[in-house]
Design a protein around this ligand. Structure first.
Ligand code: DGL
Length: 269
């Protein structure tokens, strides 16, 4: 029965685990089939064409394993590949950009929103387009923060270097008087403390991972696709390289521990 199939979730690597975590917390009965493209990460500095090609390969792989829906957990892949995948795939597809934009539009009072993300996501202009389709008067200030991803992956979330980079990246946005900030990259929710400290109380942080899990739950319910049986959730993970490193990172993020057998390698030729 379709309802009891897993949900496919993919990202350029480990970052999408922040989205997987929110889905596990909101929909604890649902099983996930996660793909992290650890051999080809980062997507954030790649061309639209390349990101679409990679995303298409992964989505087809997930569909070949029978999933009932696909979540593009990567902001960059959501920005470049959502329309293509939604048009091509036989299952519902959602990305993280639209839910993040919707929440930010609802949270701003001054109509001045900052978006921090990879260079690719900022270049795509998609957050801005969504925000302005909700309210054309909203002013959007985008900033690429390319060093945040390696800082998180090096485990430096609380380091003074990260704080300095946050000040450097965020000061121009704060000078524009933003009152909401979209954490528009999978890794940035892991920097919530330092970003919140730099922004202060006057800026509401928006986590697209959280908003996406909420939207996914509504979508599955609307389409009659929520899991119906009471068997426990079973999560499987595929990566294109570095299974052990992935498992260690996952254990710091997910609400469940991964066994060695839960993570397999899939290499695209
Ligand atoms: N997952 C990517 C994103 O959310 C960040 C890492 C990368 O550049 O691939 O945009």
């Amino acid at each position: 029965m379709t309802n009891n199939l897993p949900i496919g979730v993919f990202d350029s690597g480990v970052g999408g685990l922040t989205v997987a975590k929110e889905i596990m917390l909101r929909l604890p009965k649902e099983s996930l089939l996660y793909f992290g493209d650890t051999a080809r990460v980062p997507y954030g500095n790649k061309s639209e064409e390349t990101v679409i090609a990679y995303s298409r390969q992964i989505a087809q792989f997930l569909c070949s394993h029978k999933v009932k829906a696909i979540v593009i957990a990567c902001n960059t892949a959501s920005a470049f590949a959502l329309d293509t995948l939604a048009a091509e795939l036989p299952v519902p597809v959602i990305g993280v950009v639209k839910p993040g934009a919707k929440a930010a539009a609802a949270k701003t009072e001054k109509g001045r929103i900052g978006v921090i993300a990879t260079s690719g996501t900022i270049r795509s202009g998609l957050y801005e387009r969504y925000l302005n389709s909700i309210n054309p008067d909203i002013k959007v200030f985008g900033k690429a923060c390319p060093l945040f991803v390696p800082l998180v992956e090096e485990g430096l979330t609380e380091d003074s270097v990260t704080k300095q980079m946050a000040e450097r990246y965020l000061t121009p946005l704060l000078e524009e008087g933003i009152d909401a900030l979209v954490l528009g990259c999978t890794h940035y929710p892991l920097l919530t403390d330092v970003i919140g400290e730099v922004c202060g109380n006057g800026v509401t942080l928006v986590n697209p991972a959280y908003e996406t899990a909420k939207e996914l739950s509504e979508l599955l319910s609307k389409k009659g696709l929520l899991k119906t049986d009471d068997t426990p959730a079973v999560h499987r993970f595929f990566v294109s390289d570095g299974e052990e490193q992935f498992r260690r990172f996952a254990d710091t993020i997910l609400p469940c521990e991964l066994e060695e057998a839960d993570v397999s390698r899939k290499v695209f030729s």
